[in-house]
Each structure stands twice: as structure tokens, then as C-alpha cells.
Design a protein around this ligand. Structure first.
Ligand code: APR
Length: 171
């Protein structure tokens, strides 16, 4: 489907296999790795990613930082920090919105064309997926109104349930 001029693809799969300009990591404030998507990206991407993460000395919730993708098939990793659901003094929605929007703006600053997102905050950060998907769509719709190099946004789901929820909501 399209949002504005941008192709939006919802796919099942492992984000570390995406051959795009940038994949987005569901990181934490330290940018020093963790489990889930974060663990998979650092494990497959290798030490060069962590070395560059350390130079950023952390990342506030709702913001994003860019590094090499190391051994991964993408060119860059954009590390975005989503909110821990219910722990942000009722700022959950805006912080999740910002995590997507700031990742897209950073990709556009680097003149990238294609970017793949996991479902940020909906794993160990506990964000209910059906609430998150509405925020994701709003962020993509608003970003599509800004002229940029981004032509393709992929939303990579790791479970059938999440895939179905995204498919239904976006269609
Ligand atoms: N590819 C795509 N999606 C994945 C992958 C993968 N390889 N691995 C996990 N996911 C999915 C999860 O199923 C979930 O739907 O990504 C979504 C986000 O889950 P988490 O990785 O737990 O991320 P998040 O909820 O944002 O929590 C971030 O977890 O791993 C730590 O260091 C990380 O502290 C941070 C926190």
C-alpha cells in the first residue's frame, strides 16, 4: 500500500535479514545492547555496531541515533528508544510517535530511500500492539507529508498475531 508517495510493506520476518538502506533497532537508553531485536542486531552485526553506539553515550527515549550495520545486509542501523509502557508519566503515545518520526527524519538526513522497522516497544517494553499500531500509522502519515528521500518503509513483524493486527489496521 502507499501513504503519500511512500510504499508501505508489512512483512513477517527477521529484521536482521532486511536488505534495505537502514534497519531500526528497538534499543534502550544505554545503547549498549539487550535482548529481542537489540540482541539479534548486535549479535549478527558484530562489535563495530557497539563501538559506534558507545560514541553516542546513550539516547533519550523517543530519540534515535545512527551507526554502521557491521556484518548485516543493511547499510545502517538506526537505534530508536521507545517508551516502557506505563512508565513515562502518560507520555507513552508521544514518545512512541517520536521514536518512529525521529528515525525517519534521521534516515532522510542521510538521504536514505528504504527503511525497515520492528514493532518498537511492543515486546519487553510492554506496549499493547493494538494501541501501538495506531501511533505507527499516524507517524508514517504525518511524515509522508514532508518531502524526503524515503520511498519505502517496511514494518517487520516477528509473530503472526502482530502481522495480522498490522495488516488489518493498515488495510
Ligand atoms: N526481527 C523483527 N522483530 C523482532 C525480532 C527480530 N529479529 N526480535 C524480536 N522482534 C519483535 C518482538 O517480537 C516485538 O514484537 O520486535 C518487537 C519489539 O520487541 P523487543 O525487541 O523486546 O523491543 P522493545 O519492546 O522495544 O523493548 C526494548 O528490550 O531487548 C531489549 O535492549 C532492549 O531494553 C530494550 C528493550
Amino acid at each position: 500500500m502507499k501513504i503519500g508517495e511512500i510504499d508501505i510493506n508489512i512483512k513477517m520476518g527477521d529484521i536482521t535479514e532486511e536488505k534495505v538502506d537502514a534497519i531500526v533497532n528497538a534499543a534502550n537508553n544505554t545503547l549498549l545492547g539487550g535482548g529481542g531485536v537489540d540482541g539479534a542486531i548486535h549479535k549478527k552485526g558484530g562489535a563495530s555496531i557497539l563501538e559506534q553506539c558507545k560514541k553516542h553515550s546513550g539516547c533519550p527515549t523517543g530519540e534515535a541515533r545512527i551507526t554502521t550495520a557491521g556484518n548485516l545486509p543493511s547499510k545502517y542501523v538506526i537505534h530508536a528508544v521507545g517508551p516502557i509502557y506505563g512508565r513515562t508519566d502518560s507520555m507513552d503515545e508521544i514518545l512512541l510517535y517520536n521514536a518512529y518520526t525521529n528515525s525517519l527524519k534521521l534516515a532522510a538526513e542521510y538521504n536514505l530511500k528504504s527503511i525497515s522497522f520492528p514493532s518498537i516497544s511492543t515486546g519487553s517494553y510492554g506496549y499493547p500492539i493494538d494501541a501501538a499500531v495506531a501511533i505507527v500509522k499516524q507517524a508514517l502519515e504525518n511524515f509522508s507529508k514532508i518531502k524526503s528521500t524515503i520511498m519505502e518503509i517496511n514494518l517487520i513483524m516477528f509473530s503472526n498475531d502482530n502481522f495480522k493486527i498490522y495488516e488489518d489496521y493498515f488495510e
